[in-house]
Design a protein around this ligand. Sequence first.
Ligand code: PEP
Length: 251
Amino acid sequence: MRRPFIAGNWKMNTDSNSGPELVKGIAAGLTDIDSVDVAVIPPFVYIPAAVEAAASSKIAVGAQDMYFEDKGAFTGEISTAMLKDVGCSYVLCGHSERRHVIGETDELINKKVIAAISGGLLPILCVGELLEEREAGKTDEVNERQVKAGFAGLSADKAAAVTIAYEPVWAIGTGVTATPDQAQEVHAKIRKLVAELYDENLASQMRIQYGGSAKPGNAAELMSQPDIDGLLVGGASLKAEDFLGIINASA
Ligand code: PEP
């Protein structure tokens, strides 16, 4: 049985006041919910304050990115050990904004996934096709390539640490959500691919989140799909009420 996992990606939003307030607001609404894993993913500099605000709550904290080297002359980068040191449990690897705005490659993302697991973080590997790729009939090809590349070189026991987030790029921050059927179709294919790469047992345990304009009004329908195990939420994770609405709909 896969436990629902709802994560809020704050992107480049919040500040030193609003971040902890948001965490506290979410924590206050979570007291009666035990059946869902919840994480917030603030900008790097606000991680320690979020961790402090989340103390003695059920909220885990993640990072939006990391670098694969342990330490050294990598100006501007943050290592797995640094993220662990400030209390992170999760890290996003290959979010579409990093793939398509910053230019991260499949190869770089794979190095990050490997380094995250070696350092004791739980990676959320983000995959998803662009609108033009969907329109050109390349949805499966793109997601297959990104999943295979993300898991390259990982043994089954390490791969088990990964959550996959299927995020069709055309649905991220656009207000356009993939229909539950569209999302389920891709999720089922990704799970089948994980079974081919590893085995049925690992595939049946792996959580696959959907991301792309998830909100309180569509969360329950998305989560009712058999292969959708959670949601990676951007915009709607910035208001405690909306994020709690999504968590409640997923419980
Ligand atoms: C995201 O940032 O991963 C995301 C899914 O954003 P939004 O919910 O705003 O579409």
